[in-house]
Ligand binder design. Structure first.
Ligand SMILES: [Zn+2]
Length: 212
């Protein structure tokens, strides 16, 4: 069901680690069908509520979204859980299980208990330019990740630790790089100053992902 281009790809969650990351297209397919979305999230251990759409001004809004519930496996959200497109939610779950948790074990010797985010939906244009193209945030098709709370309680933030200790730097680069095959766009502090304090992930459909 999640195969892309007729090739058999591991379904998200079927083999959380190790394994080849699913193509972005296999996540995008989930946005077309809430039932398929729910089935894919179930396989990832992600419990989610389907949320009604919202209509904003200037082309903002979305038809439906998913909201992860605390019954899900894996790290929880710090702060209000964000409603996102299904493709963002499913790619995040795959990323947490197959990228974030293994990277934390490898570099930090512990697990990630929670992830701090800076929201998904926002009615704005790319780079907040007046009259510009709507951001993927305007469709809840993006998420901004600010940091991670480890099981010990220590927090790693993109802002403070991107150029921090060797192990924190290695962890943050691995979680950035591991997101690249899963999302259409991945932006980090390496991209520009506007991303100094977060990792931006979105599911803009692209033939080749944009990863900086
Ligand atoms: Zn963003």
């Amino acid at each position: 069901m999640l195969a892309a281009c007729g090739q058999r790809q591991p379904a998200p969650g079927a083999a959380p680690a190790p394994g080849r990351a699913p193509a972005q297209s296999s996540f995008l397919a989930l946005d077309r069908d809430p039932a398929q979305c729910r089935a894919a999230l179930d396989r990832l251990g992600t419990r989610a509520s389907l949320m009604p759409g919202r209509q904003g001004p200037a082309g903002c809004g979305y038809a439906w979204a998913v909201l992860r519930t605390p019954a899900s496996t894996g790290p929880r959200w710090l702060g209000e859980p964000p409603a996102t497109s299904c493709s963002v939610a499913a790619a995040l779950s795959w990323w947490e299980q197959s990228v974030v948790l293994p990277a934390a074990r490898r570099h930090l010797g512990e697990t990630v208990a929670a992830i701090r985010h800076m929201g998904s939906y926002g009615c704005r244009t790319i780079g907040n330019r007046q009259g510009g193209q709507p951001s993927e945030h305007a469709k809840a098709n993006a998420i901004d990740i600010a940091g991670f709370r480890l099981a010990s309680g220590r927090e790693i933030s993109v802002l403070k630790d991107w150029n921090g200790s060797a192990r924190d730097r290695a962890f943050l680069r691995d979680v950035r790089n591991g997101a690249c095959p899963l999302f259409g766009t991945v932006l980090s502090p390496d991209y520009n100053a506007a991303h100094a304090d977060h990792l931006h992930f979105d599911q803009m459909p692209r033939s080749t992902g944009f990863c900086r």
